[in-house]
Design a protein around this ligand. Sequence first.
Ligand code: CA
Length: 232
Amino acid sequence: MGQSILIVEDEEKIARFIELELLHEGYEVEKSQDGRDGLSKAQSGRFDLMILDVMLPGLNGFEVLRRLRKDSGLPVIMLTARDAVMDKVAGLDGGADDYMTKPFAIEELLARIRLALKKGSGPDGAGKGTVLECGALTLDTLKYEARYDGKLVELTHREFELLRVLLENKNIVVSRDTLLQKVCGYDYLGETNVIDVYVRYVRAKLDDVYQVKMIQTVRGVGYVIRDGERDI
Ligand code: CA
């Protein structure tokens, strides 16, 4: 309880509507109408989640996200214009945890907020933490930290969840459908190829940097992380 949500949205009617719903659900809420102001609020560490519009005065949503991600894993749900596929791709690329297309059903936004908060490193996760590992890769699910050879690998929540599911099923091929459900949630309604997108992001941050092949593609089935030879 008492989780705090920041809404960065310049359309006052939409911001107010979301605020009322969130207050009704028992969240604490603060609003910002400007990208620059929203960024500094998000960086304050006072919030558990941010709802971020793309089109904003000051700094646009993508730029806010890009700057925030330099030193924060704060869960972010982006609001994008209708059918703006490029927005979605750019949002995921920039480290958003999820996105909603306007206009949206408030129930869906609330469900995605609950999911994003659950996936976060909040007090709910305390005590359940364990360290998963495969070769030089370790995942501390309590601290929400991924390391390769002891060096920190910066991941978004969903990238982390992807590695978590694969490591929990080490040596077992996990289907795209299972990954989609476990990483994005059962109520996920977006594109199904989103898992391939996350795999690409993780490979760029891990495989390309350390010259290894952690996540293996099993054509037509899914993905697997195996013990053993990984050097390329
Ligand atoms: Ca706007």
